[in-house]
Design a protein around this ligand. Sequence first.
Ligand code: MN
Length: 429
Amino acid sequence: MPIKTNHPAKRTWLPVTATSDFPIQNIPFGVFLTRDDIITIGTRIGDYAIDLGALHQLGYFNGIPLTEDIFLQDTLNDFISDGKKTWRLVRNRIGEIFDIDNNTLQNNEDHKNIVLFTLDEIEMQLPVHIGDYTDFYSSKEHATNVGTMFRDPENALLPNWLHMPIGYHGRSSSIVPSGTAIRRPMGQTLPKGAEDPVFGPSKLVDFELEMAFITTDANVLGEPLAIEDAENHIFGMVLFNDWSARDIQKWEYVPLGPFLSKSFASSISPWIVTMDALEPFRVASPEQSPKPLPYLRQTGKKGIDINLEAYITPENGTKTIVTKTNFKYMYWSMAQQLTHHTINGCKVNSGDMMASGTISGPSPDSYGSMLELTWRGEKPLKLADGSTRKFIEDNDTVTFTGYCERENVRIGFGEVTTKLLPTFQAKKK
Ligand code: MN
């Protein structure tokens, strides 16, 4: 089953600007609430959201083996369970329906009124029910920076790091879609020089610029995935902000790793961009030395060229770009992460989310967290309004964007944007 929607010359009858993240070559999947308060699965072309549930009811997916209610759901989990062949058939069909040379829907005003929504008529939801969430630590530059700051510049990478994708099990209950404000967490910290911990609002809230992939039902309990097969079980990717409270993290993380310093919130972009859409942007990833163990050895282009940017916007202020990095810097690939995750027989389900870890590039202006950009706060960043930031302050908004570009085709992720509210204060009785 070939991918038919990626050709750079393909055009749609819907208006799409040259800088749009969502040309007809993208066709992402998401879940939204419509103007009639109905929740549905949809896609997006240009600035139109398209109701796939309605398109299916109108017969536009005839001939593709889909259950009647597959898009009339509040998550994509069942559709993702249908597997790669079905994702591709549906994406190809959407590409046909909206192709500039296809008049069927283009000339049917009644149907267009039913299936097309402008963005101000919808509200994006979480695209999947996330059963399990895992966060990796797969950027060599990031792991080296953190090891240099917190341990020893001579031995910045721990001995295991070059042999396997390091990760930890995170918390899925606090993953929220773009636009959902979060709160500065309370917690325990050990002030510098103090012997006893104190309790209060975290003083060092940070973002982590990451991407995450979403899996289908990959294996049965006890049966690992083979590296060659791993990518067949990845549906697509989103932008991922793994909010982190550095002061809480520093006090709690030994010996079992991050806990409450990470589980207060993570934010994602709401449209899942499929691996099929990202295929033209494959690139080589960093050479791995020492050579990984055989079960992690992967051939071909393991990386994807995705430009990533992070911005901070103070309340009533202007937006300042604070970093530019790229997903292609990742040392461990998604296939290696997923293979390693199942190598002990651990079961991976439809809708599971696996984040990359902070994506830092080689230069100081390409680091993926404030911790690294300001080097623990020693070098504050200057914002456009003249203020400075060591970490994220109350009522700041943090925005990530991501896009691939080649042969005049731009495939983007939209954005994940999140406001950090002050700590929750219980109402006095
Ligand atoms: Mn992280």
